[in-house]
Design a binder for this molecule. Structure first.
Ligand code: SF4
Length: 203
């Protein structure tokens, strides 16, 4: 069996997408990074990914005119990495305004067009990494939700920055400790989780 403390330290970089997964259940980053378990995606997840790609292409073609960006340039799929906070990822898109402002954009397929904490934290983490990449303060990002692509502007304030850092600390602490975290996931959450087969204490 792998020894988690041999393969993970606080200095290692983690994927930003795991922040969203952590909000769903704190065990998922542990399964993914410590044991390298990456189960086959369930149909609704695959649907989400293909939708995700479609939205990105669609928005790139229309240059986001439907969301009333006046001037600027949309660049899809931008790789980011924070040396300070030790995380990395690929943001769905970045809008570079002619004014000099930079905004990360994330597209999410959701049953309801509602803003979730997990999505806000993920977007905020991308904003922090983009600040480091471009040496520029980022004050706002956008979530594009649902099949209709409803756009929500999200302020990247101090509270969200702190929440991202705390979330990272919790994830890394559980990885370094090498102990499967407790989870308060509901039966409904577990039933739609790709990792259910690996959680022996469920049902
Ligand atoms: S099955 Fe439940 S407890 Fe296990 S990782 Fe998934 S959500 Fe968490």
């Amino acid at each position: 069996m792998l020894k988690p403390t041999d393969i993970f330290s606080f200095e290692d970089s983690i994927p930003i997408s795991l922040i969203r997964q952590y909000c769903f259940c704190p065990r998922i980053p542990f399964f993914y990074l410590v044991y390298g378990i990456s189960p086959e995606l369930k149909p609704w997840v695959e649907e989400g990914l293909s939708f995700h790609e479609r939205m990105s292409v669609l928005q790139r073609r229309r240059n986001l005119s439907s969301v009333r960006f006046d001037e600027g340039r949309f660049v899809p799929h931008v790789d980011v990495k924070s040396e300070l906070l030790k995380f990395h990822g690929r943001v769905d898109g970045v809008f570079f305004f002619n004014s000099g402002d930079i905004c990360p954009i994330e597209f999410k397929l959701a049953e309801k067009e509602e803003i979730r904490r997990a999505h806000v934290l993920q977007l905020s983490a991308y904003a922090l990494a983009l600040e480091e990449k471009y040496c520029k303060s980022i004050q706002q990002g956008f979530l594009v939700l649902g099949k209709k692509g409803k756009v929500f502007g999200i302020r990247i304030d101090e509270q969200k920055r702190e929440d991202v850092k705390k979330c990272l600390e919790y994830i890394k602490a559980s990885l370094v400790a090498g102990l499967l975290p407790e989870s308060s996931a509901s039966e409904r959450q577990c039933c739609q989780c790709e990792y259910l087969n690996f959680c022996a204490d469920r049902f």
